[in-house]
Design a protein around this ligand. Structure first.
Ligand SMILES: NC(=O)C1=CN([C@@H]2O[C@H](COP(=O)(O)OP(=O)(O)OC[C@H]3O[C@@H](n4cnc5c(N)ncnc54)[C@H](OP(=O)(O)O)[C@@H]3O)[C@@H](O)[C@H]2O)C=CC1
Ligand SMILES: O=C(CO)[C@H](O)[C@H](O)COP(=O)(O)O
Length: 467
């Protein structure tokens, strides 16, 4: 009698991410079934079929191939497709089954779906996944949130497929209840937007003020990647800059249209920052810079630097400015996480979150170890720059950031994130902000009241006599 082997895990959606995650799971010794509504995607997976990898061609075949309680990952386009998939799954699943949504879903959607599936006894995990195509296959960073009980049942698979830190720790940690996992991924992506835009501005200063060639810039980023600026984004920037065009002469970076696209996770972070009142200025500028790249009139004069600089000094200052501005992007991300945790009642463990990002993901960098250390020393750190290491780098590098900002202004180069990082640092360490005047204005026109800096209580000034 033929015995049908049941699969330990299932993956729905076999595009770049889903297919590679299915292969990663199989490569780690777990049996996996794959399904997509798109038959060619299943056919592509079928090329790897073996006793641990089963392509399936219908919802029923997929569901019936899974061991109970069923454990599965949805890896499809975020938004309506996820709702449609969950609707189909609720017809077929049983209480106790576990569904993970690994796409970049909006955390508000995840909260809604979590509650809806909970009513049916189905466990729902909203899980951020980072690492792109390559990470999905060889080790992504995973940010699961939802039922802890359900997480414990899938954690052996997740820990096994995740990237590992230098110390061998899997880049996956249970984040917390409800949509906290997708929230953390959203913040990851916001910081990613921030650091990517910072790098673009560094590139702009290098090419305009430093008059550097693509090959030179590529070498600088390569060199930086060997030091404290070591990060995935530094590394790939070096590679992007030196890539030759495959359709014409020259470098591909000079042919790529300079209009930024986005799928919107950074935008969502900004939306929630506004709701929470969180000053994520660098990330906000990075989101807006993508919009601005579409809105530009393109008919003004090109940035031009007429002064003289010592290239070696420029490189050193730029490296320091890049490092410090990246620290601001991370600091703002963690600030939003702590404000969200309070607002939504989540007990987030910041060292574990930093550790999850140390390998496998797009924002991995050597700075994340310093962030992990900072939160290990003080779990309630109100701002990363309160930590000694980050306070020291702010003291050490703010002058260089300031000089880069001045050079960029002199050359007419827009520096929304470098400028925002500078202003943020000048704000958080400033005991003499000018918002006393703003409070006076508000009280003048709207009787909005103000606090005083010399005595307790709430005050209102009779600014003028009624006519
Ligand atoms: N690409 C990346 O680097 C990363 C992506 N992600 C996230 O992972 C998820 C998957 O990403 P990726 O692999 O790039 O693929 P896409 O985001 O391009 O989504 C394509 C997949 O979604 C499926 N799909 C679309 N509509 C439906 C529907 N109505 N019902 C069922 N399936 C549907 C597609 O099937 P069909 O071909 O039939 O349309 C295909 O399998 C997304 O949420 C993405 O944001 C997360 C981290 C990194
Ligand atoms: O999640 C990701 C990386 O971490 C995805 O690549 C995402 O699409 C990036 O965001 P955007 O498309 O808005 O640039």
């Amino acid at each position: 009698m033929e015995v049908t082997m049941m699969q330990q895990f299932g993956v729905i959606g076999l595009s770049v991410m889903g297919k590679n995650l299915a292969l990663n799971i199989r490569n780690h010794g777990f049996s996996v079934a794959g399904f997509s509504i798109d038959k060619p995607e299943v056919d592509a997976l079928a090329k790897y079929e073996d006793d641990k990898l089963k392509p399936t061609y219908s919802w029923e075949e997929f569901i019936n191939s899974l061991e109970k309680p069923r454990k599965m990952l949805i890896m499809i386009r975020a938004g309506k497709p996820v709702d449609m998939t969950l609707e189909k799954l609720t017809e077929l699943l049983e209480p106790g089954d576990i569904v993970i949504d690994g796409g970049n879903s909006n955390f508000n959607d995840t909260n809604r779906r979590f509650k809806k599936l909970e009513e049916k006894g189905i466990h729902f995990i909203g899980m951020g996944v980072s690492g792109g195509e390559e990470g999905a296959l060889n080790g992504p960073a995973l940010m699961p949130g939802g039922d802890k009980e359900a997480y414990d049942k899938v954690s052996p698979i997740l820990e096994s497929i995740a990237a590992k830190t230098e110390e061998g720790v899997p880049c996956v940690a249970y984040i917390g209840p409800e949509a906290s996992g997708h929230y953390v991924k959203m913040v990851h992506n916001g910081m990613e937007y921030g650091i990517m835009q910072i790098i673009c501005e560094v590139y702009d200063v290098l090419r305009t003020v430093g008059n550097c060639t693509n090959e030179q810039m590529s070498e600088f980023f390569e060199k930086w990647d060997e030091g404290q600026l070591h990060s995935y984004l530094t590394e790939i920037t070096s590679k992007v800059l030196k890539q030759r065009d495959d359709l014409a002469d020259g470098y591909i970076v000079d042919k790529i249209l300079n209009v930024a696209s986005y799928k919107g996770t950074g935008n969502w972070m900004l939306e929630d920052a506004i709701k929470l009142g969180c000053p994520i200025t660098v990330i906000a500028e990075a989101v807006l810079a993508r919009f601005a790249s579409k809105a530009t009139l393109r008919d003004g004069c090109m940035p031009e630097f007429k002064g003289k600089v010592d290239l070696n000094q420029l490189i050193t200052k730029l490296a320091n400015a890049y490092y410090l501005a990246s620290a601001v992007s991370y600091a703002q991300g963690f600030q939003q996480l702590s404000m969200a945790a309070k607002e939504y009642g989540w007990n987030l463990h910041y060292p574990a979150i930093a550790q999850t990002w140390e390998a496998g993901c797009i924002i991995r960098s050597s700075m994340l170890k310093d962030i992990e250390n900072a939160f290990n020393q003080d779990a309630d750190l109100p701002n990363l720059f309160k930590d000694k290491y980050f306070n020291d780098i702010a003291n050490k590098y703010t002058t260089d950031l300031e000089e880069i900002v001045k050079l960029a202004v002199e050359a007419g180069i827009p520096i929304p994130t470098l400028g925002a990082a500078y202003s943020y640092l000048k704000t958080i360490f400033n005991p003499k902000l000018p918002q006393n005047l703003l409070q006076g204005q508000r009280d003048y026109f709207g009787a909005h009241t103000y606090y005083r800096n010399d005595r307790d209580g709430v005050y209102h000034m009779e600014w003028y006599t009624e006519k």
